[in-house]
Design a protein. Structure first.
Length: 150
């Protein structure tokens, strides 16, 4: 996994509107990437629902949260619409897992590990966390701890 203190790698993720999200989009704000294995899976559903409850408090602390998976933008859109969450989803579908590999969170099974990465406004990775297993749900408190540590 990418180490704190490292510059965020160059990457390109797809947005639901067809646009791109790149390293340049990190500049000037604190970004929290939530890497998750699969849209519609039980733990991912619980994770996004939990984080939606604190997204306003994270924003008040200057942090923007993004979900990242290797699902297509179509799947991610259906997933967030079904859940009713506002957390923007970014797709690492094609080339599959390229950004996840750059951040060191790609699982050999073809999906992202369940991980959190905080990047500061200068594009430097400030804090990371990777769950011991893709089935483990990282609590929202970890994000707040990560923000306090940066």
């Amino acid at each position: 996994m990418i180490e704190p203190g490292s510059p965020a790698p160059e990457f390109t993720l797809a947005r639901a509107d067809g646009g791109e999200f790149t390293r340049a989009d990190l500049e000037g704000k604190t970004t929290v990437f939530v890497f998750y294995p699969f849209a519609f899976s039980p733990v991912c559903t619980d994770q996004l629902n939990l984080y939606e409850e604190v997204v306003g408090e994270l924003a008040s602390r200057g942090a923007t949260l993004y979900g990242v998976s290797c699902d297509s933008t179509w799947s991610q859109t259906a997933f967030t619409e079904q859940l009713g969450v506002s957390i923007e989803q970014l797709s690492d579908f094609e080339p599959k897992g390229e950004t996840c590999r750059a951040f060191g969170v790609y699982h050999p099974g073809g999906f992202p590990q369940r991980a959190l990465v905080i990047v500061d406004p200068d594009g430097v990775v400030k804090w990371t966390y990777q769950a011991a297993s893709p089935g483990d749900l990282p609590g929202a408190n970890l994000i707040f701890d990560g923000l306090a540590a940066t």
